[in-house]
Write a protein that binds this ligand. Structure first.
Ligand code: FES
Length: 172
């Protein structure tokens, strides 16, 4: 009788400990799972299109615009200022280039080097790009400047996600 009582007490304690441990583990793991899975469920809002003006604001010469994007990554929200070099192509479509150099990520500027007029120039390592973002062969970048997705809606130009520029390099 005494043995039975001791075993059942031990068993009870084991169950109680397992229950408490399981409860505590669930309490710790659930937030971790939510942290990991929430962003996947919520999706990223950074890919939203942002209005940057009227298409008529842009002509054949690249014009720099700055715009803010609101990014929500799970619980973390932030506002980032981005910029684009925008021009209207001969066929009337809009090309919006990212100013981030494809060599090591410095910022390029349009028409700032007296030695290389009418080009995008990266001051970090003398990277050069032609007017539609084509990298100039023989300079450090090995890819053309990325471009933003564009959309014209209700008389406004919207920029979206950055995508690779399909234009090949050109000789300078
Ligand atoms: S970062 Fe632009 S040329 Fe190196």
């Amino acid at each position: 009788m005494g043995d039975k009582r001791e075993i059942s007490r031990r068993t009870f304690l084991n169950y109680a400990l397992m229950g408490t441990g399981g409860f505590l583990a669930a309490g710790m793991i659930t937030p971790m799972l939510r942290f990991a899975v929430d962003p996947l469920l919520q999706g990223h809002t950074g890919g939203d299109m942002v209005a940057v003006g009227s298409p008529d604001d842009f002509g054949p010469d690249p014009k720099r615009v700055e715009f803010k994007v609101h990014t929500k990554d799970g619980w973390y929200e932030s506002e980032t200022t981005l910029s684009a070099w925008i021009r209207k192509l001969e066929d009337g479509t809009i090309l919006a280039l990212s100013p981030i150099c494809k060599h090591l990520g410095c910022t390029v500027d349009w028409n700032t080097s007296p030695d290389f007029p009418n080009e995008y120039f990266c001051p970090c390592h003398m990277g050069r790009y032609a007017i539609n973002g084509e990298h100039i062969l023989g300079t450090p970048p090995t890819a053309s400047l990325d471009e933003y997705e564009t959309e014209i809606k209700d008389g406004k130009l919207y920029l979206g996600a950055v995508k690779a520029n399909p234009r090949a390099g050109v000789s300078g």
